[in-house]
Design a binder for this molecule. Sequence first.
Ligand code: IPD
Ligand code: CA
Ligand code: CA
Length: 253
Amino acid sequence: MEALIKAALEAGEIIKDGFKKNKEVKYKGSIDLVTEYDVAVENFLKKKLAPLFPSHTIIGEESATGKEEPEKAIYIDPIDGTTNFVHAFPFTAISIGFYENGEAVRGLVYNPVLDEMFCAEKGAGAFLNNERIKVSETSETKKSLIATGFPYSIVERKCPDVLSMLGRVLSGTRGIRRAGSAALDLCYTAKGTFDCYYEFNLKPWDVAGGICIVQEAGGKVTALNGGKHRITGDFIMASNGLIHEDMLEMIKC
Ligand code: IPD
Ligand code: CA
Ligand code: CA
């Protein structure tokens, strides 16, 4: 973990350097952006981590080729919250998640702009800047703050289901936040700021780092049917556990 933290801190310097500068923005889709900084951070981390973890397959967002699910994987999102990064909205992070035989075993999410380092290892608890974190104790959806995000394909596909769910969640909870980084949404659920987070159509690198952090903070992570979340699955819900079933019902009905 120490070596991982060191690599993330160094990679964070690249993000800090670019945060207030003009970026070279390219389009992967109509609103799906990538900058030279995403590529630089990913290349840096792959180079650092490959010799440290030779038995793992490293899958980074900007160089991934397909829906891979190797036995031992390190999923890297070099900048989760690229749109935020481009607009200098300080909710942007490096996310690194270790998966072994389908289980999240180690996670690190680092926001270099706000200097927030979240990390967790299976069985050892979850931490923010070396302080232990825990999920919230809210047991009523009416008193809960919910986080979510929207797929980039919403522009083309409109996604009526996503929008109707939003209506139900808005009227059944204290409110919704869409901060623009799945990795940080998970970490803020882990530290009890959000009581629940859900989203469709994410990729493994968006969530792999944060899942271990939520679980080690005492939270629950599932698929839409309430069963085990798979890293290549198309829906994730993470919560404090207490409102999980009610939130799944609210979303499904
Ligand atoms: C995105 C963010 C966002 C989520 C999107 C993701 P990116 O990742 O996590 O919060 O809603 O679906 O793709 O593109 O900034 O790495
Ligand atoms: Ca992402
Ligand atoms: Ca990204």
